[in-house]
Design a binder for this molecule. Structure first.
Ligand code: HEM
Length: 429
């Protein structure tokens, strides 16, 4: 059989198998196979009703418990996700003898100690509280610039929620404005496949994206070697000549894709939460402090990253279950954030909740999100300024959801704003 057909047939078999298990109520299959527009949270509650460690027939365990998720994430006996070698997805691509680096899969997000720490340490200085404080004003300027372009009816994802994080991360990395429009397309293609590649078409699109990204970042690194600026790419190529090309491409790529695909959804999910809870709109537009609590509660109740997976590196006991080496444990971060043993009245959206920060939206342990502080600032500024500028912002059509089950958020969210109130709000700001 030609290899294209063989790969397509393998995908078909995989899809059918997972959907079959999902229909039988298997928790792992149900998470990765649920349709994009279906609310996943009732399904998470069904898993919770089965217990803290639920066995999947697909050879994995699933946990909705906040305590277990947190302890696994901090436990050095668990490794971060590794790809199954029997997967039909050819992982390593080579073009003209040079490896094509996958910015997510080959990055330190997927590495274990000591390599993980070696690379994380290099970019950490760009995310310290001090470094973030220095960037806050420029983020506010970016938010206002994009708001100035909006009027009447618009898509809040396309024209605002995705523009702000793309601009922030492009500035941080040193990507010229003329090139940043490519990111939106690359980001969607990568984000769509984070929870698995499900078709030959998707696989081809993913490969094309990765190859384009490699060419782009090789070019940018060359430019910055010749003409360094005050940005992460310049810092990496001039101060860390011990890093391999693979490490450089993957580290910058991770920051780029982790940095905007997630934050777009934080802002989008925040707009949806404001629409669902109209009493929050006025304080959100009036008070930056309220906006910070609001963002924390969005991260808890509707987090952009829904789950992560860890693998025990040896046979071990976890919550009364004996796990063989390599058995995947799906940590349902989004379900853990609704654990009633930690969060009182967990389904209630309460921006003043005192322990909202105990959520696991940014994970925990050594892989705790390096951009947590940055996205908190972006999310709070974006939502505060948006509802300050458009206090009567309202939905204006159906919401289209992203296909990914791992990344949760809206792809299209049409809204409308009343222009009279808008001019008043601008005058008063
Ligand atoms: C709302 C926005 C964001 C969310 C919900 C989010 C979520 C996460 C989660 C859950 C992880 C850990 C995954 C795991 O443990 O398996 C992670 C890791 C990471 N995130 Fe974020 N993230 C966000 C924004 C950002 C931003 C703005 C950046 C950078 C500019 C960023 C960069 C990273 C990096 C580099 C890692 C890998 C950390 C490591 O492995 O040590 N993220 N993020």
């Amino acid at each position: 059989m030609p290899s294209t057909l063989k790969t397509a047939a393998q995908f078909f078999a995989l899809r059918s198998l997972v959907r079959g298990y999902a229909l039988l109520g298997d928790p792992y299959a149900a998470v990765i196979a649920s349709p994009p527009n279906r609310d996943p949270y009732p399904m998470y509650e069904k898993v919770r009703a089965k217990g803290d460690m639920v066995r999947s027939r697909m050879g994995a365990y699933v946990t909705p418990s906040r305590e277990i998720c947190d302890s696994v994430l901090r436990d050095g006996r668990f490794l971060t996700a590794t790809f199954d070698e029997s997967s039909p997805v050819p992982i390593t691509l080579v073009e003209d003898g040079e490896k094509i680096v996958n910015p997510v899969q080959d990055s330190f997000l997927m590495m274990n100690p000591p390599n993980h720490g070696r690379l994380r340490k290099i970019v950490q200085p760009f995310f310290t509280p001090r470094a973030l404080k220095d960037r806050t004003e420029s983020i506010q300027k970016i938010v206002r610039t994009y708001l100035d372009r909006l009027d009447g009816r618009f898509d809040v994802i396309e024209e605002f929620a995705s523009q702000v994080p793309i601009q922030v991360i492009a500035d941080l990395l040193g990507v010229p404005d003329s090139e940043k429009d490519l990111f939106a397309r690359w980001g969607s293609s990568l984000a769509e496949t984070l929870d698995g590649v499900w078709s030959y078409k998707q696989l081809k699109a993913l490969h094309a994206t990765i190859i384009e990204y490699n060419d782009f970042i090789d070019g940018l690194m060359d430019q910055r070697r010749r003409n360094p600026q005050d940005d992460i790419v310049s810092h990496l190529v001039t101060r860390h000549d011990d890093l391999s090309r693979e490490d450089l491409v993957a580290t910058t790529g991770l920051l780029l894709f982790a940095g905007f695909e997630t934050t777009v959804n934080l802002i989008g999910n925040g707009v949806l939460k404001a629409f669902e809870n109209p009493h929050t709109v006025a304080p959100l537009g009036q008070s930056p402090e309220y906006a910070e609590g609001f963002v924390e509660e969005v991260l808890r109740l509707d987090p952009p990253v829904q789950y992560t997976i860890r693998f025990p590196k040896e046979r071990l006991e976890l919550a009364g279950v004996s796990l063989p080496k390599g058995m995947p444990v799906m940590l349902m971060l989004a379900a853990a954030n609704r654990d009633p043993r930690v969060f009182k009245d967990p389904l209630k959206f309460d921006p003043t909740r005192s322990n909202a920060r105990e959520h696991l939206a940014f994970s925990a342990g050594i892989h705790y999100c390096i951009g947590a502080g940055l996205s908190r600032i972006e999310g709070a500024l974006a939502l505060h300024e948006l509802f300050k500028r458009f206090p009567d912002l309202a939905p204006d059509g159906p919401v289209a959801r992203r296909k990914s089950k791992l990344i949760r958020g809206a792809l299209r969210l049409p809204v409308r704003a009343n222009e009279t109130k808008r001019s008043l709000a601008v005058k008063n700001s």
